[in-house]
Design a binder for this molecule. Structure first.
Ligand code: DC
Length: 220
């Protein structure tokens, strides 16, 4: 099986580009951030905030996360309910960042991700795919751009979906999450030594996709 690991900070265009690259290659696209968002949503529904003042394992014991592909598109299910849209709110983003710092949560989601890559050709994106989840991935890419650029993209996406947010909220949230994701003790966001660094600052989506596909095709 072929696996392309794409890591990088929030809003670097990973999900759109990974989805399109997977489509072009005929691979499955696995958005692992959606899994952390789903777990975050569970804790939010259980009444906890980002402090997570609870026994994490107790909640996880009572949690089912499923990933299904409907017409090639990934849907995520929390305890049997499709939450693919609900996980995209700013609250779900902050909760995802909080739960992703917990070793118990990372362990809970690890095997599911590895199994998908064992059984399918995948483009998998996240923060620790090249460093932890798939250390033997066929190709590792680290996709980045400036925080302003990334916040603008995320803001445009949210506005297009009708979510009411301000640019400042999105930017502040981005900077906070960058900090959380790269400073946590367990599986922090960092470029794998053997990853190819791609900086898409100022690039149109089309240009970034071309660059990614070129890099992938040169190496597989
Ligand atoms: O990519 P995203 O914004 O949907 O990710 C949501 C959160 O999950 C983000 O704060 C980082 C975390 N995450 C992670 O820790 N490891 C991954 N492989 C994917 C996401």
């Amino acid at each position: 099986m072929i696996s392309i690991a794409i890591d990088g900070p929030a809003g670097a265009g990973k999900s759109t580009l990974s989805r399109k690259a997977a489509e072009a290659l005929g691979f499955i696209y696995v958005d692992t951030g959606a899994l952390y968002r789903t777990v975050g949503l569970k804790f939010s529904k259980a009444g906890f905030d980002t402090e997570l003042n609870c026994d994490v394992n107790e909640i996880l014991k009572d949690t089912t996360v499923d990933i299904r592909f409907v017409g090639g598109e990934q849907r995520v299910f929390l305890d049997g309910c499709d939450v693919s849209e609900e996980i995209r709110t700013p609250i779900a983003s902050m909760m995802a960042s909080a739960v992703s710092a917990k070793g118990e949560v990372r362990a809970f989601l690890l095997e599911m991700q590895r199994k998908l890559a064992r059984e399918n050709n995948v483009v998998m994106d996240g923060r620790d795919i090249g460093t932890v989840v798939l250390p033997n991935a066929t190709l590792k890419l680290f996709l980045t751009a400036t925080a302003e650029d990334r916040a603008q993209r995320r803001y445009d996406e949210l506005v297009a979906k009708g979510t009411k947010v301000t640019f400042k909220e999105v930017y502040d949230d981005m900077v906070q999450r960058d900090y959380n994701d790269s400073h946590r003790e367990i599986a922090p966001l960092k470029q794998a030594e053997d990853a190819v660094l791609l900086d898409t600052t100022g690039f149109e989506a089309e240009q970034s996709l071309e660059l990614i596909l070129k890099t992938i095709k040169e190496s597989i």
